[in-house]
Design a protein around this ligand. Structure first.
Ligand SMILES: [Zn+2]
Ligand SMILES: [Zn+2]
Length: 283
């Protein structure tokens, strides 16, 4: 599979808490404040051969974006949100679906059968893991780890900090280790390291070395995190039984591959006109 083909299986939407106040909303063109929940329409940037986010205020997203294919499993980063925010979005996803159904009959028969949001036992499991991850992330923030501290802990577990990764990515990674355990080396190529991938909803081999490796597994074999003597003496994770959970849970449709990304997803975003009406984006 070429890198370009791979991009076509990427998720069409994204969500996070704004990392800076620099991004401008693609609908109203106002800046999105730092820390605010924001949603994006993602499209492949051919220049960089990776996905690019077109960020929108949460309120503007619902107003302006064509949202077919929107579900809990098609929003990149959904599982990293606070549970209350996940719940708020689930409600809106269901409302959105009702509106689409009113407008037109859905034509994608195979995708239609997958529930858009989780419910029942799966949802309960997602809630438990989401609240555990949030709690651990808060603890890690209070510990005020520096990059070199993460580096030390990761190395003790045969991991490393990847290029472009900062404190927030390290917190994300370490919480995953604490809650679910540390994935063993890739069973396929024997040397790659497995990292959680929001798009595939699975742990993927980073394929180090000359050959790239396509191994991925939603719940690979894991061992408990080795905290290191120094940190253990400082009381880090004291009294916690690791790993906290046996498995990571996933929403419905998380492992269905869809060609949801087109070359021009920008046509998903409608722009306001001067008269407050929508025009289809002609760009
Ligand atoms: Zn906006
Ligand atoms: Zn591998």
């Amino acid at each position: 599979m070429s890198r370009r083909e791979k991009l076509l299986h990427e998720l069409p939407f994204g969500v996070d808490y704004a990392k800076s106040a620099r991004a401008r909303c693609k609908y109203c063109e106002m800046n999105i404040p730092k820390g605010e929940l924001r949603l994006s329409v993602r499209y492949p940037s051919h220049k960089f051969m990776k996905m690019q986010d077109n960020w929108l205020h949460e309120r503007c997203f619902w107003k302006s974006v064509r949202k077919d294919e929107l579900s809990e499993a098609t929003i990149y980063g959904f599982e990293a949100l606070e549970w209350e925010d996940q719940e708020m979005l689930r409600e809106k996803i269901i409302l959105n679906e009702k509106e689409i159904k009113k407008d037109e009959e859905l034509n994608d028969a195979d995708v239609k059968d997958i529930p858009l949001v989780s419910s029942g036992k799966v949802k309960e499991a997602l809630k438990v893991q989401s609240e555990m991850l949030s709690e651990i992330k808060k603890e890690l923030i209070e510990f005020k780890f520096k990059l070199k501290d993460f580096d030390e802990i990761f190395k003790a577990n045969e991991y490393h900090i990847r290029e472009d990764e900062g404190i927030s990515e390290c917190i994300e990674q370490l919480s995953d280790f604490i809650v679910f355990g540390v994935p063993s080396k890739c069973p396929k190529c024997k040397e790659g390291t497995l990292y959680y991938d929001y798009t595939g909803h699975a742990y993927k081999c980073d394929g180090t070395g000359e050959k790239s490796c396509v191994f991925s597994d939603p719940n690979p074999e894991r061992k408990s995190l080795n905290v290191g003597e120094d940190w253990a003496e400082n009381g880090f994770l004291e009294g916690r039984k690791l790993p906290m959970l046996k498995e990571r849970s996933y929403p419905p449709g998380a492992h269905v591959k869809m060609d949801t990304v087109t070359d021009y997803p920008r046509d998903r975003i409608r722009r306001p006109t001067r008269f407050g009406k929508h025009l289809e984006d002609e760009s």
